[in-house]
Design a protein around this ligand. Sequence first.
Ligand SMILES: [Zn+2]
Length: 419
Amino acid sequence: MNDRPSSPRLAINGARLWHSLMQLAELGATAKGGVCRLALTDLDRQARDRVVGWAKDAGCSIRIDAIGNIFARRAGRDPTRAAIATGSHIDTQPTGGKFDGNYGVLAGLEVVRTLNDLGIDTAAPIEFCIWTNEEGSRFVPVMMGSGVYAGAFTLDHALQACDRDGVSVREALASIGYAGTAPAAVADGAPVFGAYFEAHIEQGPVLEATGNVIGVVTGALGQRWYDVTISGMEAHAGPTPMRLRKDALLPATRLMQQVNAIALAQQPDARATVGWVDVFPNSRNVIPGRVRFSVDFRHATDAGLSRMDVELRGAAAQLASETGLPIDVQQVVYFPPQPFTAELVDAVRAGATALGLPQQDIVSGAGHDAVYVARHAPTAMIFVPCKDGISHNEIEDAQEAHLTAGANVLLHAMLAVAQ
Ligand SMILES: [Zn+2]
């Protein structure tokens, strides 16, 4: 049979999706109701095994690539067509929740189960995937599996990354049995999707505040991360007169205020955060001789991000000349803003409209696997609300009705491009 994508009886089974989420959350469950399931641990293996088992039960074939990404495929009528894919990750932060990432993977599984239930065959194959080490908690870089896929860094670079105990990704993948043989990078022959959708909890407070159920994600903010180092001279806090000090913390605190002001001057598109500060020697009665701190800039446009970069460097130079203390600004990470594909964003919007769900356009402030996939395949994302906008926390929570709504939009959007 061929249901039209907008047919009202085309609906996923929300209770089944919820039940699967709760079953997966048993693996690494924490006392506070969260999940601690770090990438490539034995708990990650158990979770992978569980989802792969469900995928096989749903009739999917499984492909595992050289960085351990898992692709579960439901065949289409036309084997020459590129897969219409969805997915996310099932690794968590040490204080993670049940929904971050897991929702996107299991929403994909639920789409496959629903197509089976309704006897719908699609022209293009349908795939759902699990990307390796999205969180970057145990191994850096973050978004490792999708980053290798997209060519953001090489497979070897990822395989050589080590955790704090000196265990490499290569060793960890082998020990959990997920060192696959399929090519991992598009450049090495990994299949390029016909389209990729990712459903995810918002991880922010916007949808909850507006009362909208569906966030139609139009793209992801660009990011520039910096290490700033200010050099002064340590000296005794008592005998050293104020006018003779080289206190590195004074220009540091002034520059931190300016970091904040730089973002406030470009609202609502800009974000700026100083999240990490290291004061040397960090002793009560020693004038700080060196201060290092991080700066995290995010902006919807590359021009805006560049403007923030110029302003940061200008403020640092100004403070250095005023105080006579050297200020070094090193950019350590750059992600360009990633707009999603208009046609797929429209498919998400149309799905929400057909289902009568309150929706709004939204930009992702966080990184997601979809941001890397978008470098090669048409991509879009679907956000659903999470309680108080909180994630990376054991109290992370989401409502079954909202998760169901997001998965229904996913189903409609995928069918719209798979036929
Ligand atoms: Zn996530």
